[in-house]
Design a protein around this ligand. Structure first.
Ligand code: FES
Length: 112
């Protein structure tokens, strides 16, 4: 399998399912799929927080723990909770086929 399916639940309540190539970051897939709520202003350098997403509760444990860098960047995020991740720090693998990702209502924009 070289591709998996990712489901985005967008702000306007639209559900979008997209095909994602393994090894891509979740942020890259969102940007490529025109999920415009994911601005990814730092292009994946883990320094802007505009790629914040909520991983659906039932999927949270299928990911490796956050790095210290991701964790500290999330401190600057808006309404961060246990489902929060920076999508640029998530590399998609086979086990993520069918993943459900919720887009936050708001993204905090740091001065870049
Ligand atoms: S794209 Fe900037 S932190 Fe993820």
């Amino acid at each position: 399998m070289t591709h998996i399916l990712i489901n985005f639940k967008r702000r306007n309540a639209e559900n979008v399912t997209v095909k994602a190539k393994l090894g891509m970051s979740l942020m890259e897939v969102a940007v490529q799929s025109n999920i415009y709520e994911i601005e990814a202003k730092c292009f994946g350098a883990c320094c802007c927080v505009t790629c914040h997403v909520y991983i659906e509760d039932s999927w949270v444990d299928s990911f490796e723990a956050k790095t210290e860098m991701e964790d500290s960047m999330l401190d600057f995020g808006e309404n961060v909770d246990h489902r929060s991740r920076l999508s640029c720090q998530i590399e998609l693998q086979n086990r993520h086929d069918g993943l459900v990702v919720n887009i936050p209502e708001k993204q905090r924009v740091l001065g870049l």
